[in-house]
Design a binder for this molecule. Sequence first.
Ligand SMILES: [Fe+2]
Length: 319
Amino acid sequence: MAELQTAHSVAPLGNDLPFGATVRGLELSHLSDPGVTQALRELWIDKGVLLFRGGETSREMQVALSAVFGELTEFPFRESRSEDDPRLVKIKYFPDDGSCYEVNGTLIGGWIPWHTDMIYFDRINRGGILRPVRLPKSGGQTGYLDQIAAYERLPEALRERIEGLHVVYTADLNYANGKFARPDSIRFVRGAESFMKIMQRQYQYPRVIHPMVYTQAETGRKVLNVSPGFADGIYEMGGPAGEALLAEVIAYCIDPDAAYFHDWQEGDMVLWDNWRVLHCAAGVPAGETRVMERTNISGDYALGRALDGNRDKLPVFDV
Ligand SMILES: [Fe+2]
């Protein structure tokens, strides 16, 4: 692996964590050095999550750094894009405009379960860089889980049972309807304006399938390619038997001892490999405000497939 310039430093993201790295002191000017950008790409593939801290932070830096890892693309839901730069997804919760759930008896704004971004489409974005715009006084952590480590946790017998199977996903963004990895109790309280608009088109988005296991092209490591959020069942195994098998696999995915929860500081940026790392939003107290922006790094691992009809003939994008 190429070495990063001495102007930056690289350290583990957390003690005993099998994934992730912290890059300190990266400046926009460093990105013109091909040795630096190549080392960053290799580190990303190796570690899955990169926290950038103590360096340059701005929307310009976020966009330029994202471009190191792939081409930026606009998110399919126009309601999710930032008003003044459509290359960015705006993740926002305001007390008077935000999706809110009662989770285990507590009102939580902006709660999102463990998921892969865009898994309800056949083409999944390669990754993204998340940057805080306005942080809440409390809460607001983002969780990350490595799916290469999750595959390694699976017993051999379970690996054999899921070989060649696919998971069905649907674009239901109401997380109280989630079938897997549910909190003990969850109730939908209200939806953000953007959420309500997107959900009006819910049934226009075809169901899709993705393989439960795939191999990371660059390293040959196997990835447990299962997103608890948006999962509906196993394509080859409908009914209770398939749901029980998927629940068994997901329990290995979301082992709380294997998770990293990031406490955001002003100036942080976090990049993750969306083809290999699950994430979740812990949410905020319902009276708080939280605004984040995320880039959408394009790509296609070419293993997803739409189930219902010809996607190109459906008004699925930007309607
Ligand atoms: Fe997400």
